[in-house]
Design a protein. Structure first.
Length: 77
């Protein structure tokens, strides 16, 4: 009789790595872009599908798509 690990099945449903929202500051012309994170740090990511000045979803170091430009609130509990 084989056993099924429910935790492993659950983890398989969730994509690897976190998804963050960053502002694209520049497309480099070589298949990469510069993105500024909310904490102010700048990273280089794969992809040029989002124009400079717009927000993008970044996952695994790659642009996954355009993110909506929504207000950000920080609440301490």
């Amino acid at each position: 009789m084989t056993t099924t690990n429910i935790w492993q099945q659950f983890k398989a449903l969730i994509p690897e790595g976190g998804r963050v929202v960053a502002t694209i500051t520049a497309n480099n012309g070589n298949g990469t872009s510069q993105a500024e994170l909310r904490n102010g740090s700048v990273i280089t990511v794969k992809g040029e599908s989002v124009a400079g000045g717009l927000k993008a979803f970044i996952q695994g170091g790659e642009i996954k798509g355009t993110a909506p430009d929504l207000a950000q609130y920080e609440v301490e509990v």
